[in-house]
Ligand binder design. Sequence first.
Ligand SMILES: *Cc1c(COP(=O)(O)O)cnc(C)c1O
Ligand SMILES: [Zn+2]
Length: 430
Amino acid sequence: MSTVAEVETAQPTPADQPGIREGAFGNARSLACRECGNEVELGPHYACPECFGPLEVSYDFPVVTREEIEAGPRNIWRYKALLPVPDDIEQSPNMEPGFTRLLQARNLGRELGLEKLWVKDDSTNPTNSFKDRVVACALSAATEFHSKVFACPSTGNLANAVAAAGARAGIKTVVFIPSNLEKPKQVNSAVYTDSLVAVNGNYDDVNKLASEIAGEEDGWAFVNVNVRPFYAEGSKTLGYEIAEQLGWRLPDQVVIPVASGSQLTKVHKAFGELVRLGLVEDKPVKIFGAQATGCSPVSTAYKAEVDAIRPVKPDTIAKSLAIGNPADGIYVLDICRSTGGAVEDITDDEVREGILLLARHEGIFTETAGGTTVGVLKKLVETGQLDPTLETVVINTGMGLKTLDAVSDQVGPAATIDASYAAFTATGIA
Ligand SMILES: *Cc1c(COP(=O)(O)O)cnc(C)c1O
Ligand SMILES: [Zn+2]
């Protein structure tokens, strides 16, 4: 452990770094180590030089009012004062993600026995997952660092978002995926970029390769590797939106899917910032994490009541959550435990059931990650871990058209008939 004052590399402002303009990161002050608190200058850094802990953006927030936010655009830039982006961010071509619907889910709530349930539906983002949020923040940082290439290792959705955002910004993209990824997710990247690289291996292998390339090549911004601190801040906007859309109130409970764990930790951070800024009243919010049993290192550690996460080899249809060695897993454990939440996991069959539950009760077609989250919500109620009388938000992070195969054997025509009224009445559907 060391204090800020002892670190020689710590104090320069962004303006002192060659090529980085004044105000490039808005109200962000520094990158602070999550483990030891050591602060380093804002730059393409992600590991603490003192202890190798993960770096996180810290801020000197000005006074921010609800009115200022409400007067902003209907996308994540309404919260730009709370993000590491310049004040003129809206002038750069970007995907303008966010401000997705928060829907009251009366039917699903009734089905699961919950008195007040909301779905935060991020499937309507530009590339149909919450990843457009994090990528927009990473793209801003990459632009300010004058990066030549915008890249990522991905479980699918991130590659889609990076490829599209890079195309719109006019920056070269290279995206890396496990070669066994669902075909629709591959096509959803390849339409935007000619540099989709399929790697024989799982996500953790792809991630390792990306770190190696990031170390060798100059000018590559790997959104979730060397600009990860900036990328991660984008997930805070999910938390801001939930609170604003509830009428500047925090919910009692939130259920969030866990891959690397970044999203869950940042939604939690967002709630804390809103309280500190006086934008919402302080109240306890229980945070719940959702995993598929075939890749459940965080849930396993939660249930075993241990602090260390043992990496696993993923084997689940929830491929967007298939990270066997989650970077933020230990922080997820800490947050879920300290807020009175939990981390739970479900089988692939329960993931499919979760997809159909959301589709048939609310008209929202989610991918396997959302099936995981909804299925875990159901299990949390059934096992008494989640209080059904409290106001609950479940986050749908993705879109079912990308994982059609997961349910295509379970749903289909109720009947195939000749085009005659007699044939139709014979089906018994009328
Ligand atoms: C990436 C992803 C997640 C989880 O993200 P982490 O921040 O890595 O935990 C959840 N849902 C979907 C659909 C994703 O693509
Ligand atoms: Zn440190």
